[in-house]
Design a protein. Structure first.
Length: 222
């Protein structure tokens, strides 16, 4: 999937304090025709500066880094209006709830574990760039467990503004399905799926697809 606006490869910044891992990830990413690594950062501060200087499409962000950590770096990147088109994909070895929730609140678009297969990583970058959230299965389970435990009064999103089909789509988004998978499941076109996603973002005042995932959990559609 090329960057549709410019027909150029998706530009990626890798932020991780381990040089060997950064270089290994760069080799995997640069081995494709539709992705390219444009910068590497060893700390959160470097990740922020590279994002501001290069405006990449996706930042592959580690959580544990010296000084400014990945969560704070994610927060600063996603809060910068000049970087509205930059999406953050967290790559971590941690499945702990607080890391996932804090990174979500900071604006991360998805989560992968460092033991993921290379092909899954590449697909995650593509989907993140396309505006689709993606979660490692174990992290998705922990998210579901967290929100299912919450009392009904803590639910933040109301569904009364949604049509029946929009509610269906929201539930499938919450399961982590891609637009193509949702289209297949509901026997509708991808264009129609995108229309429903746009309506959901507007009606639920959601910043991005990740917030739709959270809304699906809060309303127990998953």
């Amino acid at each position: 999937m090329m960057n549709q606006a410019t027909d150029t490869p998706i530009r990626v910044v890798i932020a991780d304090d381990q040089p060997l891992l950064r270089r290994s990830l760069a080799v995997v990413i640069n081995g494709t025709s539709d992705l390219v690594v444009v910068g590497e950062a060893a700390s959160g501060v470097e990740a922020i500066n590279l994002a501001r200087n290069l405006a990449p499409d996706v930042v592959l962000m580690d959580l544990r880094m010296p000084g400014v950590d990945g969560i704070e770096a994610t927060r600063k990147i996603t809060a910068d209006p000049r970087l509205a088109g930059v999406r953050v994909l967290v790559l971590t070895m941690f499945e702990l709830d607080e890391y996932v929730r804090d990174a979500l609140r900071a604006g991360a678009s998805g989560f992968l574990l460092k033991d993921s297969e290379p092909e899954y990583l590449l697909e995650a970058i593509r989907r993140t760039h396309a505006g689709e959230s993606l979660f490692a299965a174990s992290i998705l389970i922990r998210l579901i467990e967290h929100y299912v435990r919450r009392p009904a009064a803590a639910q933040m999103r109301r569904l009364d503004l949604l049509t029946e089909r929009e509610t269906e789509v929201l539930g499938l988004v919450g399961q982590g399905l891609s637009n193509e998978e949702i289209a297949t499941s509901l026997t509708i076109s991808i264009k129609t799926v995108k229309t429903h996603i746009g309506n959901l973002l507007a009606k639920l005042a959601a910043r991005d697809r990740v917030q739709l995932v959270i809304a699906a959990y809060e309303n127990r559609l998953v």
